[in-house]
Design a protein around this ligand. Structure first.
Ligand code: BG6
Length: 506
């Protein structure tokens, strides 16, 4: 790995403390940082190097997945310097440039510079422009811009942002973070398809009934209402993380591919996604907002009662979408995707449901087989399971589903940010969101955004601690399916199911 200066905007922020410093420290423990490494942290607060380092150390004690070890800690922290920076002040960038150059000289580093923007989106443009104008971005070595989400808040703003950044950085120099792409199981999908001909053989539309992708969270809006109440689940999770998971699932790479080949395949998936017209959103999208409920034995407030949320907010905290990929591999297989806050369980998973046997014995319920499932759990517990049917050998005759579980070692799996920072330092763009994907994702989501904004579809409520609005279950029931691994809905849903069916047909 080439020596580098890591220039971190937002060095006193939450993300830096919770994710970036712990990730860097764990990479250091694994000898995955460049041998010569310098980090310059930037923030508005006045701090000297010593107190900056002690804040970094504190964050390691709090958030590192591995215990902080005395050995090596000082060497790690010695790479850290701090400089006060007011984002709109050009003179602060000149000062920064001097500091970076001094450190490069002292450590004999080539002028490779990684600019990491861990700041609000309103600062992306002025920072990029100032990096350019100060000369920080025109040194002899390479430069990279690592940028956190959100990348725009709709199609037009994303295009404008991209156009602006492209004056100062080429597409190859921009690393758009989507931390779902850093999750170890997501990075392992390619190998799962490639190294298992049996799995590859089964992943054909003639065998698959549907694909379900779920990202359920138990947390509510937390202290982020100022951001979340303007954004909602569609922008916060669906447009980026979940569409990336869809691409990673649908892009089955038969052999080891280059980053460019992977990007091309992902782009093809997005281009093949059947577009949703605004007037069809109601038939394929369910939006919901949580009300008060009980979660893990505790009463929790409804969304509108959370601090900072507008009294009559119509912001969605849940979204479920039915979609079709209209290409040779997937035509006819529905994809169902959902995400929500304050759901019964924290789970991020992909479930592939296989078609049922040709005939089921209608008169013998005991012998009726459940569908086969391939379940890929991306977190919080990483594992893969396969659901098969077996005859109960002790009580002869009864057929029961059994799940065969394959669990990678639970200890020692890297955090998403470790994988991503390591890749960015190495110049490997595979698991970053390319502009084509981002643009196509916004394009696909745009009619839904507009339908929400114009209130064309109902905002359903669901109790905190549930599996989301009943209507999301009906969405699948219409097609003869159900969400896998949820407890099945209560019997008395049938009347509301009828109402739902009527509202959709209206
Ligand atoms: C973030 C969203 O990108 O992802 C949060 O802004 C969400 O609202 C988080 O809680 C979920 O990430 P994970 O890795 O816990 O599923």
């Amino acid at each position: 790995m080439e020596p580098v200066t890591f220039i971190l905007f937002g060095a006193t922020g939450d993300l830096a403390k919770r994710k970036i410093y712990p990730a860097l420290y764990n990479l250091f423990l694994d000898h995955k940082l460049p041998r010569s490494f310098s980090l310059v942290g930037l923030g508005r607060r006045e701090l000297n190097d010593e107190s900056f380092r002690s804040n970094v150390e504190q964050s390691l004690h709090e958030f590192s997945r591995r215990k902080v070890q005395d050995a090596g800690l000082q060497a790690f922290l010695q790479a850290f310097r701090y400089s006060v920076l007011n984002i709109g002040h050009p003179e602060d960038y000149t000062k920064l440039r001097t500091l970076v150059e001094e450190r490069e000289q002292a450590l004999q580093l080539p002028a490779n510079r990684l600019f990491y923007l861990s700041v609000g989106p309103e600062f992306f443009e002025p920072i990029a422009a100032n990096i350019h104008q100060s000369g920080l971005g025109s040194a002899a070595g390479w430069k990279r811009l690592v940028i956190e989400k959100p990348f725009g808040h709709d199609l037009q703003s994303a295009r404008e942002l991209n156009e602006y950044l492209s004056h100062f950085f080429t597409e190859d120099e921009i690393y758009r973070i989507d931390h779902y792409l850093g999750k170890p199981m997501v990075q392992g999908l390619e190998a799962l398809w490639q190294s298992n001909p049996a799995v590859q053989g089964l992943l054909k539309k003639q065998y698959i009934a549907n694909v379900q992708i779920t990202a359920g969270e138990t947390v509510g809006v937390e202290e982020r209402a100022g951001y979340y109440d303007h954004v909602g689940a569609l922008r916060d999770m669906f447009q980026n993380h979940l569409l990336q998971l869809l691409m990673m699932t649908a892009t089955q790479l038969a052999s080891k591919s280059t980053p460019d080949q992977i990007r091309l395949k992902k782009k093809l998936v997005m281009e093949a996604l059947e577009p949703l017209r605004k007037q069809d959103v109601g038939m394929n999208v369910i939006r919901g907002q949580y009300t008060a409920g009980s979660l893990q034995g505790q009463q929790v407030p409804g969304y509108r009662d959370e601090p900072g949320v507008a009294l009559h907010s119509a912001n969605e905290t849940y979204v479920a979408v039915r979609m079709q990929i209209n290409d040779f591999f997937w035509r006819g297989v529905p994809f169902y995707i959902r995400t929500g806050k304050r759901m019964k369980e924290k789970a991020t998973r992909i479930v592939i449901q296989f078609k049922e046997p040709l005939a089921q014995p209608a008169d013998d319920l005991d012998a009726k087989a459940e569908p086969n499932l391939l379940i890929i759990e991306l977190g919080p517990k990483e594992r893969i399971s396969i659901q098969l049917n077996m005859m109960d050998l002790a009580h002869k005759g009864e057929i029961k589903p059994v799940q065969v579980e394959l669990q990678p070692s639970q200890s020692g799996l890297p955090e998403a940010y470790e994988n991503l920072i390591h890749d960015a330092l190495n110049g490997d763009p595979t698991y970053f969101a390319h502009w084509d994907e981002v643009e196509l994702s916004w394009k696909w989501v745009q009619p839904i955004l507009e339908a929400f904004q114009e209130n064309l579809i109902p905002l359903h409520s669901y109790a905190a601690g549930s599996y989301g609005p009943d209507e999301a279950h009906f969405l699948l029931a219409e097609d003869g399916f159900n969400w896998w691994l949820d407890e099945q809905p209560d019997e008395d849903l049938s009347s509301s199911q009828r109402e739902y069916a009527e509202s959709v047909s209206r």
